[in-house]
Each structure stands twice: as structure tokens, then as C-alpha cells.
Design a protein around this ligand. Structure first.
Ligand SMILES: [Zn+2]
Length: 138
């Protein structure tokens, strides 16, 4: 199961923020091969980002943070045109991290928001497999 998500899960914050981890907090010496922590969730990602950057995010505020988010979206646009998969993955991670930061600043529970909006099918047509016309924004 060697995916991009799994490589994110190996970070040292993984066990600290995984609600269902049985390994206890912050196993500094655990290697990816030894680790058995639960998969990263949106909730644990929000907690990790809050702990890592929350003190700076609060000072910067929503407006300043949004500017960084948009800059990262621009960098993602460039990476989508480029050949480097590593660069592309990094830019996806950056965009998601800044999006999570904005959610933290506005006290948005992303998992709950996604569940409310998308876990009952397409928000527009309500089908599990969207039947909306290609030109329609779901
Ligand atoms: Zn639809």
C-alpha cells in the first residue's frame, strides 16, 4: 500500500493525532515499515496542522492565510503542467495544508463539512455516480 497518502502517514505527528492509535503518542523511533497506526483522517490532519502552524496562523489571520493559499494554488497550476510527479505531489500537499489552515482559522470541521455535502451523493443530482451534465458544476 505504498501511496502518497501512506508517506504522509509516516510523519512524526501521525501517532499523536490518530484517535485510534494503539501505539501511544509520538513514536519517534518508529519506521514506516514498523508503524501500524491508523490512516490519516481529515480530522487528524486538521489537528496536526493546528499544532504545527496554529500559533503563526492566528497572527497572520484569514486574509493573509488566504493569500498564501492562493499562491499555492498557482504553484499547483504550474506543477500540473510540469513533468515532475514529486513536485506535483508536493504542491497538492501544500494546497491541502493551506486549505486546512483556513478551515482551522474559521473553525470549520472539514470532515463534517464533506460528510454533510458529499456523503449523500452528488450535491446537485443526489446520485452516487453523478448524472449531471458535464457542463454543470456539481
Ligand atoms: Zn450530479
Amino acid at each position: 500500500m505504498a501511496s502518497t497518502v501512506c508517506s504522509v502517514l509516516q510523519c512524526r505527528f501521525r501517532n499523536r493525532f490518530s484517535r485510534t492509535s494503539e501505539n501511544g503518542p509520538n513514536m519517534e523511533d518508529s519506521t514506516p515499515a514498523e508503524s501500524s497506526a491508523e490512516p490519516l483522517t481529515l480530522s487528524s490532519l486538521q489537528k496536526m496542522i493546528a499544532e504545527m502552524f496554529g500559533h503563526k496562523d492566528a497572527k497572520r489571520g484569514v486574509e493573509g492565510t488566504f493569500m498564501w493559499f492562493m499562491e499555492e494554488v498557482g504553484e499547483l497550476a504550474g506543477a500540473l503542467r510540469a513533468e515532475s510527479q514529486a513536485e506535483l505531489e508536493g504542491e497538492f500537499a501544500d494546497v491541502l495544508a493551506w486549505l486546512v489552515t483556513l478551515a482551522n482559522l474559521r473553525q470549520v470541521d472539514l470532515a463534517a463539512a464533506i460528510e454533510r455535502k458529499y456523503c449523500r451523493g452528488c450535491p446537485r443530482c443526489r446520485q452516487d455516480v453523478c448524472q449531471c451534465h458535464l457542463s454543470a458544476k456539481p
